[in-house]
Design a protein around this ligand. Structure first.
Ligand code: UGA
Length: 484
């Protein structure tokens, strides 16, 4: 099939490249000439596994780039809208880019078209797209509007697209539902997965994925409700982690215990420094606004958002309880991206924490395998950007782990120990076992678990004035003291 994808951002670019890999002819339309020129010259604008391979495989063949929306629409019957929907000051989704594409498509209609929302949009957007197109001269029977939300995660976007748990096709009429089914046929029939050159299958892939056909409105709600539910899971476990810290329980054990109930599941139950990124924070406030507009006061979402914000403040308090005063302290920071496997720093909790610690007067040496360049554009020049975790640790009063990059979980601990001024690690992602860290001579703080303190460090900790924090440092410290 011939497919137009409008918007070459994260979702549009990945969707375009993956549609091409499924065998379709794709025109990726964007009004940013510079971006188009870069794509045409072979540049890969985002850090995403398998995307370079797909672009190299299909660019200038089944995947072409253009700024001419009308021409692209003339030659295709399916138009995916994947433009940005940034938040307004009131937290609603700004749909002006979506509206502008709808106007453009209406002006170019030359036969039956299906216009498909791929961006995350609030319920009723498909109805608005239809209204805008009618107002701009499109005949009622010349088009349908559908919703086909995307559930890809940054870092695993290509495999999430090609090996999804489900594909949601929100179509109000059979004619457009059947066009959507044809697009995903290579996945639904399994023929894509039998190909020698298919992108390798990730763990836990559902083959073939479930195709779920719904109304357009239900599909729009599925997207917002999915992201809100996942964010709720994260805030829930972060709240439980706080209780674990107070009572001396271990959140990892609690996660295992609750996650092994298949009704709950273990995924998205990792406690940390809170969720970030370009989706959850924006989508939660947008969903909250949509609910309010529909007459429902979705207070649960307020709580999810505020637990998330408190989680960062708790982490700063944790750093303070480990180091007492912060002014003038040198901190090594591992991770600036909003999560591992990406160079994206939008709404990154790691970055927000670095900013908070700089405001407290700390100096920071930071390392991230991919996000340094982007972080440099927004962070204060007080940050030293270094090229390895060990350089970040060199001479630092403590090392902070803020992003769950795989390489941060396999560090050479002896080397790290020798680099740090004080062997203190404050892990916002629970990448290590506290016992192992203590055996390695580190004082180790993490989330929802008791600090691990080697006996030789106990005196240093007790000499701080943070008596309240020490009281909660759990059995290891208390045992150590009573034994000594
Ligand atoms: C999220 C959803 O997971 C995707 O399904 C969705 O398609 C996407 O938003 C979107 O709407 O476009 P993404 O933002 O790429 O994907 O990243 P996630 O892997 O969901 O992580 C979001 C944040 O939650 C990160 O900061 C991550 O570190 C944090 N997180 C995630 C936790 O703190 N704990 C967890 O257990 C999981």
């Amino acid at each position: 099939m011939r497919i137009v994808v409008v918007g070459s951002g994260y979702v549009g670019l990945v969707a375009g490249a993956c549609f091409a890999d499924l065998g379709h002819e794709v025109v990726l339309v964007d009004n940013d000439e510079q971006k188009l020129a870069a794509l045409k010259s072979g540049a890969v604008p985002i850090h995403e596994k398998f995307l370079p391979e797909l672009l190299a495989r299909h660019s200038s063949k089944r995947l072409t780039f253009s700024s001419d929306l009308a021409e692209a629409v003339h030659s295709s019957s399916t138009v995916f809208i994947a433009v940005g929907t940034p938040p307004t000051e009131q937290g609603e989704a700004d749909l002006s880019y979506v509206e502008s594409v709808a106007r453009g498509v209406a002006g170019a209609i030359n036969g039956y078209k299906v216009v498909i929302e791929k961006s995350t949009v609030p319920v009723y957007t498909s109805a608005w797209i239809r209204t805008v197109m009618l107002r701009n001269g499109a005949a009622p029977e010349s088009f349908d509007v559908a919703s086909n939300p995307e559930f890809l995660r940054e870092g695993t976007a290509v495999t999430d697209f090609l090996y999804p748990d489900r594909v949601v096709l929100g179509a109000d009429h059979e004619r457009c539902a059947s066009l959507l089914r044809q697009i995903y046929e290579p996945m639904a029939s399994g023929s894509y997965y039998r190909r020698q050159d298919a992108i390798p299958q990730p763990d836990r892939a559902h083959i073939p994925p479930r195709m779920i056909v719904t109304s357009a409105k239900s599909a729009e709600l599925i997207k917002h409700a999915s992201n809100a539910f996942l964010a709720m899971k994260i805030s829930f476990i972060n709240a439980v982690a706080s209780i674990c810290e107070s009572v001396g329980a271990d959140v990892q054990q609690v996660c295992q215990g609750i996650g092994s109930d298949t009704r709950i599941g273990t995924r998205f139950l990792s406690p940390g420094i809170g969720y970030g990124g370009s989706c959850f924070p924006k989508d939660l406030t947008a969903f909250r606004a949509v609910a309010r507009e529909c007459g429902y006061d979705f207070r649960l979402l307020d709580e999810v958002i505020s637990i998330n914000e408190e989680q960062r403040q708790r982490f700063v308090r944790k750093v303070r309880s480990a180091l007492w005063t912060l002014k003038g302290k040198r901190l090594g920071v591992l991770g600036l991206a909003f999560k591992g496997g990406t160079d994206d720093i939008r709404e990154s909790p790691a970055l927000l924490l670095v900013q908070a610690l700089l405001r407290e007067g700390c100096t920071v040496a930071a390392y991230d395998p991919a996000a340094t360049e982007k972080a440099r554009e927004v962070l204060n020049s007080k940050v030293d950007y270094v090229s390895s975790p060990y350089e970040a640790a060199a001479g630092a009063d403590a090392l902070l782990i803020l992003t769950e990059w795989h390489e941060f979980s396999t560090l050479d601990l002896d080397l790290l120990h020798s680099q740090l001024k004080y062997p203190i690690i404050i892990d916002g992602r629970n990448l290590y076992d506290p016992e192992d860290m203590m055996a390695g001579g580190f004082t180790y703080y993490s989330i929802g678990r008791q600090p691990a303190v080697p006996e030789s460090h106990i005196a240093t900790i007790m000499s701080t004035k943070n008596a309240g924090d020490v009281r909660f440092m759990g059995r290891k410290v208390v045992d150590g003291i009573s034994a000594s």
